[in-house]
Every structure is written in C-alpha cells, then in structure tokens.
Design a protein around this ligand. Structure first.
Ligand SMILES: NC(=O)c1ccc[n+]([C@@H]2O[C@H](COP(=O)([O-])OP(=O)(O)OC[C@H]3O[C@@H](n4cnc5c(N)ncnc54)[C@H](O)[C@@H]3O)[C@@H](O)[C@H]2O)c1
Length: 304
C-alpha cells in the first residue's frame, strides 16, 4: 500500500466496473476509505443490481482496505446525496468525489429518441451534478476537497453519440464552474478524459491507436485527489490519459475578433466574418472524412 491518500475519504461513482473500479481499488491501496457507488447496470443503463458495488467492496477489504457500497442511481438527487451521506455516516468526512458512472445509447442525431437522449444526459451530466452538489456543501464547510468529473475526447463532437458528447462537454463546463465557484473555499475541480480497455470502449467501431488500462487512469486520479495536486494549485483542468500518455487540454479562448462601429448588419458581418474573424478548422471533421474514405474502401478505420 502507498500513502498518497492516507486518512482521506473518497467516493467513486460507477466504481463497480472498468475505470471506476480501478480508481476505487487504487484509492484504497493508497490509504483512502472508499465509498463504492455503482447502480450495477448494462452499458445501456438497464437491469440494476447491487452485487456489482458489493463485489468491489469485498475486493478492497480482501486487500486490507476499508470500503462501503452504495448501489443507488446517481442520476437522482437522492442517489447523489446518499453517496455523500454514507461517506459522512461511515467515515465522518468526504475529501474527494470521483464521478465515473456512465452509460451509452448510440444513435445518429436524426434518429435519436428522447429515451436515448435523456438517460445519457442524466447519468453523465446530472449524475456529476448530484454528487458534486452534495459534496460541495460539505467541502465548503471543511475548507478543503477535490471534485473530479469524467469527460471524454468525444466532448469535441461525435458522429453518432450527440447525447454522450453533449453530456461530456457539459461536464467540462460544470467542472470549470466548480473550480471557479469553490476556489475560495479550498476546493479543487478537474476533469479526466480517459481512453482505457473496458466493456464500454470494447464497442467502439474503430481501432483506438492510443489506449491503456483502467489502472493508468486510476494513477492520474489518485494523484489529482492527493494533497500534492492541491498544493500545486491544479484546478479547472482537463487531462487526457491514454495508456502511457497524459495530456492537458487548452482552456477555451477567443481566437480573433472584429468590431463594428455603429452596430452590425448582415452586410457588415458578410464583409468581416469570412476573412477577418475566419474559422478555426475542426480537426475531427477531417478525421471523419478520412474514416468515411477508409470505410468506403473496405478498411477498418483508425481513430485516436
Ligand atoms: N473506457 C474508455 O475508453 C472511456 C473513454 C472516454 C470516457 N470514458 C468515461 O469513463 C467512465 C467510465 O467508463 P468505463 O469504460 O469504465 O465504463 P463501464 O461501463 O465499464 O463502467 C461504468 C459503470 O457505471 C455504472 N453506472 C451506470 N449508470 C449508473 C448510475 N446511474 N449510477 C451509478 N452507477 C452507474 C455501471 O453500472 C458501470 O459499472 C464513463 O463516464 C465513460 O463515459 C471511458
């Protein structure tokens, strides 16, 4: 056992499988007492069972750690609150929350139903809000705490997962808002965009050229939860971790601007927008075109 998280209490959602499970095991191995939350559902979010969270608690205990299971659905306010309440009732405090829980309902935008949109947004985006909300209220009083959301490289856009992409973009804005709003209370917030072999990534219809294991992601998360990361002032950041690679994403910023004296008209916009303000090329659009060319010629396309 290491001691990166000695004495800390950490709650992890979606901790029954894949990346969340690796984060929960690693946090416990580094000395944290862990709330293992998992609703125990299929990739699409169906057929809940409490056995999935309980199994990870047993694994942590077998390795000499301390953990407690919460099998609630974090897409509800009550579920998010319970994750934090169980940390407080079991261990008396909450130092970090890691919102990993997620589902997929893939469909092209023109065919997507409300039943494919709502649960994906609810699980990822609202499911991060419910836990952040409950934890932030406690961390504000403690004067310390770490919030970690899970996003995806797909926050840049996705051909057939507009619901998932929108949720993941929303999580980045939620994390930045938490970083801004809670900075004065000593609370940090960051987002992780993983690429790791799990049941979720197994369904991706292309070769992922940069991919690693859930344990690679867990190592980054353990560091972000540690006092070391807090002392470095790391907050409001988005990190990709893909096997041996860790990368930081840029903060959004305006690239070029133009001003109209006397106000804009469509004619003035037409004069200024294409040349002066211009566009910022969308790398994913070119990659999607390449993938379509590759697919048309019968190859299995590559994607990062
Ligand atoms: N695996 C990757 O390469 C990859 C890439 C980008 C982003 N992500 C993100 O990382 C996170 C983990 O993904 P994974 O690959 O480990 O997936 P996974 O399917 O292996 O695990 C997700 C877990 O979340 C749980 N869950 C789902 N809905 C829940 C709810 N409402 N309440 C509580 N638990 C719930 C599931 O039961 C499951 O155990 C997700 O947010 C995913 O979007 C993963």
């Amino acid at each position: 056992m290491g001691n990166f998280l000695a004495g800390k209490v950490v709650a992890v959602t979606g901790a029954g499988r894949g990346i969340g499970r690796a984060v929960a095991l690693a946090a416990a191995a580094e000395g944290a007492r862990v709330v293992v939350n998992d609703y125990g559902v299929s990739v699409e979010g169906a057929s809940p069972t409490s056995e999935v969270a309980e199994a990870v608690v047993k694994e942590i205990e077998a390795a000499g750690g301390e953990a407690v299971a919460v099998a609630d659905d974090i897409s509800t306010m009550a579920g998010g609150q319970r994750v934090v309440d169980v940390a407080l009732s079991s261990y008396g405090r909450i130092d970090g929350v890691v919102c990993v829980a997620g589902i997929l309902r893939e469909r092209m935008l023109f065919n997507m139903t409300e039943d494919e949109w709502d649960p994906v947004i609810a699980t990822h985006l609202k499911g991060t809000f419910t836990v952040f909300r409950a934890a932030a209220a406690v961390m504000r009083k403690q004067g310390a705490g770490t919030l970690i959301g899970f996003t995806s490289g797909n926050h840049q856009g996705s051909v057939s997962q507009a619901n998932y992409s929108a949720a993941k973009g929303g999580i980045i804005s939620l994390v930045r808002s938490a970083a801004l709003g809670l900075n004065r209370y000593g609370v940090t917030a960051n987002a992780v965009a993983p690429v790791a072999r799990t049941r979720m990534s197994a369904g991706v219809p292309m070769e992922l050229t940069e991919i690693g294991e859930p344990e690679d992601v867990a190592a980054l998360v353990v560091y972000l939860l540690s006092d070391g990361a807090r002392e470095q002032g790391i907050t409001g950041q988005v990190y990709t971790v893909a096997g041996p690679k860790i990368a930081v994403w840029a903060q959004p910023r305006e690239l070029r601007s133009a001003y109209a004296v006397g106000g804009w008209t469509p004619e003035r916009v037409a004069e200024v927008l294409p040349g002066v303000v211009g566009v910022d090329p969308m790398p994913l659009l070119e990659r999607v075109r390449e993938m379509r060319r590759a697919a048309a010629s019968g190859e299995r396309p590559n994607a990062q």
